[in-house]
Design a protein around this ligand. Structure first.
Ligand SMILES: Nc1ncnc2c1ncn2[C@@H]1O[C@H](COP(=O)(O)OP(=O)(O)OP(=O)(O)O)[C@@H](O)[C@H]1O
Ligand SMILES: [Mg+2]
Length: 387
């Protein structure tokens, strides 16, 4: 779960990391009011869950309330890489003498965290990492040990921070590690971390990704997302379905994570022959495939307006294909009209496949087309999505 910048800064503040004073605005008038309340020059920032906002014109300085209102009017509704800015953060403009980069993230391959720091923060850290990797110091972090002052100083020394800056920032790195540990984050990034004219250290940007698997340990209701993608995923989670929204056109439902993953691959491969059709989601119904589970799954997949066809790919095991077929038929009954609009390609194989196929044939539902092979079914689903 990715947080907005203003939410990340809320968590920073809670753990003692300095952030500029500010407030969230959904209208230009709100932005004006917040700027007036702050009584200093401000920066108006698009709240979207993607990077590169500054370059897209989504971060604008405003010397006073009237210009803040104008800036907000320009930014609200703006599309930044497919994300619409529904709110803006209006915060005190902070003059940075230097801009640094610091981050913690999960290093899956090493089964650890990785700490990173650079004296060259700002908007082009990706370029710094690519062109001069030595300017971005990296240090493994054992999550059981964490990051103390000493480790923080060592990382900063490796990155070439001056001694006085190291003294000022080491504590911030320790506090940021506490954000990782206490909030169960898989990514915490500050770019830029600013050294101000007044000698203060302030986080001017913040990016946090929380670990969804640790959600049960926290009350994250304040961070609940509102985008279509997030609401579909939340609905699926409430029904205990493993659903991940992707950006293609073929809805995919299958049993078992491995089968669903390979189904995504064959759909993407077949889709190349139909102008780049791609899977619209990952949905693993798990072991059981009752009518209820099938109905929930098809309902979620069909609620996605991007979906133009659905591929149900089931390999019968403990749950036999006839039970799955019964599930699909009753699911379509439960869905009624909603089940009719878009074609559903079904491939049943494995335990009791023949019995399952007969059930679907007899049901004769106009939305269903049966194909017996996985490649054939993927091809048909891609063709239908492109039609
Ligand atoms: N409160 C502030 N006061 C002054 N300058 C700021 C403030 N917030 C951001 N900036 C400036 O604007 C630049 C861009 O802001 P920010 O890093 O938040 O957005 P971004 O472009 O989306 O970055 P990223 O790609 O890392 O997400 C910063 O590098 C900083 O120089
Ligand atoms: Mg930034």
């Amino acid at each position: 779960m990715d947080l907005f910048e203003h939410q990340a800064k809320e968590l920073f503040a809670r753990h003692g990391i300095p952030v500029p004073a500010g407030g969230l605005a959904a209208t230009p008038q709100d932005a004006r009011r917040i700027a007036a309340g702050l009584g200093v020059p401000v920066v108006v920032k698009a709240q979207v869950k993607t990077g590169g906002r500054g370059k897209a014109g989504g971060v604008r300085p405003a010397p006073g309330p009237a210009t803040a209102e104008d800036a907000a009017r320009g930014i609200l509704g703006m599309d930044i890489k497919g994300h619409i800015a529904e709110t803006v953060l209006v915060e005190a403009a902070t003059v940075a003498v230097e801009e640094y980069y610091v981050a913690y993230l999960v290093d899956r391959a090493e089964r650890r965290f990785l700490a990173m720091a650079s004296t060259e923060g700002g908007m082009d850290i990706e370029e710094v990492a690519a062109v001069r990797p030595q300017a971005l110091a990296r240090m493994p972090v054992d999550p059981r040990v964490g990051v103390g002052e000493e480790a923080a100083r060592e990382l900063l020394a490796r990155a070439g921070f001056a001694a006085d800056v190291r003294d000022a920032i080491a504590g911030v790195l320790v506090d940021l590690w506490r954000v990782v540990a206490a909030e169960d984050a898989v990514l915490v990034e500050v770019n830029p971390l600013a050294w101000t004219a007044g000698g203060d250290i302030v986080a001017l940007d913040g990016k946090i990704t929380l670990d969804g698997n640790a959600a049960f340990r926290h009350d994250r209701s304040a961070f609940a997302g509102t985008s279509r993608e997030e609401s579909l995923e939340a609905r699926a989670r409430a029904r205990r379905l493993n659903y991940v929204k992707l950006d293609g056109q073929v809805g995919v439902v299958g049993n078992g994570a491995g089968l669903v993953m390979s189904t995504l691959d064959v759909v993407a491969l077949a889709g190349e022959r139909f102008g780049g059709i791609r899977p619209a989601n990952f949905l693993d119904i798990g072991g059981g495939a009752s009518a209820r589970v099938m109905a929930d799954s098809l309902e979620i997949v069909l609620s996605d307006p991007d979906v133009r066809s659905v591929l149900v790919n089931v390999f019968g095991g403990i749950t036999a294909c006839d039970a799955v077929a019964d599930g699909i038929v009753s699911a379509l009954g439960l869905l009624g009209e909603r089940g009719l609009g878009r074609p559903i390609v079904v491939r049943l194989d494995g335990n009791n496949a023949l019995a399952g196929r007969r059930i679907l044939e007899r049901a004769g539902h106009p939305a269903i087309r049966q194909i017996t092979t996985m490649d054939g079914a993927a091809e048909e689903a891609a063709r239908l999505a492109a039609a």
